[in-house]
Design a protein around this ligand. Sequence first.
Ligand code: NAD
Length: 325
Amino acid sequence: MSILVAGGAGYIGSHVCKMLNQKGFDIVVYDNLSHGYKEFAKWGEFIPGDISDEKLLENIFKYYNIEAVMHFCAYIEVGESVINPQKYYINNVSNTITLLKVMLKNNVNKFIFSSTAAVYGMPERIPIKEDDPKNPINPYGRSKWMVEQILEDYDKSYGLKSIRFRYFNAAGADEDAEIGEAHNPETHLIPLILDAALGIREDIKIFGTNYDTKDGTCIRDFIHVNDLADAHIKGLEYLLDGGETDYFNLGSGEGYSVREVIETVKRVTKKDFKVVETERRPGDPPYLIADSEKARSKLNWSPKYSLEEIIKTALKWHIKLRGKS
Ligand SMILES: NC(=O)c1ccc[n+]([C@@H]2O[C@H](COP(=O)([O-])OP(=O)(O)OC[C@H]3O[C@@H](n4cnc5c(N)ncnc54)[C@H](O)[C@@H]3O)[C@@H](O)[C@H]2O)c1
């Protein structure tokens, strides 16, 4: 029996694959490499392919005896999703439906889905709990919330059991720096600050310094990618033990301001760099902090990495990454 990891050559999926492998699971990594890297698919069998390719998926399910699916494939850039929503609805929603179709056809009913804090939109209270209102404010967030609702329907009608994990800000890298964050284009805060620290970018921009927060900049909840991976293992074990469909926030529960993150990078790297304060970006909530009590109590999950450790692991990987380019 194997676990199919769709999108396993990407940032988060590859870290989950490393941990699955360490735990002794057989894995098949399936990825079209549109945003992933063949070198990240080091664990298990790698099959290049697109989740829209029903025939290829069919063959994989038959040949490898797939027991459960972890689904990381998606386009993930919020700004691009506003400019070109079709791209997002086709890949994130329609292609996911194809993957689910092949699962149902092959009687595979365990599914772990990468959702996002973006499903909450502008949160009404902090920390955010799972049952707080879902008002995504861009096509990316809406595509994820649509899939979440589809998964509820598929459980009721077909008995497909799923776990939806709503990640907050995924960050950090593998401690051995074998894999790490390498989005192209990179839009995430920590790798962008690290580029400034390494002199690859001229400066780092802060979008908005007049929010009603402790230092005027946005507050975010950073969660180490290995803590996310650990939650996926626990979620998988829960489903394999016959667990019911459920959904969980995954965040550290700690909020750090953009300024605090920049200062921590300066301290860890011992580098100074230019910080430019600019206008707010539309759609950035002042606070995004998870209440992850449900994952802690129900899955026995507890995140282990501090912000400093997140930045240290990210730095080690980033030096290697930028050394190559
Ligand atoms: N990075 C974050 O902070 C964050 C936060 C919340 C949610 N998420 C979600 O987590 C998941 C993984 O994010 P990531 O940061 O690892 O992104 P990523 O781009 O590094 O990984 C996604 C992988 O999916 C592959 N892929 C995309 N479409 C595909 C398709 N049609 N067929 C086959 N492969 C395809 C890409 O090549 C890539 O390797 C995504 O679903 C994302 O929406 C990420």
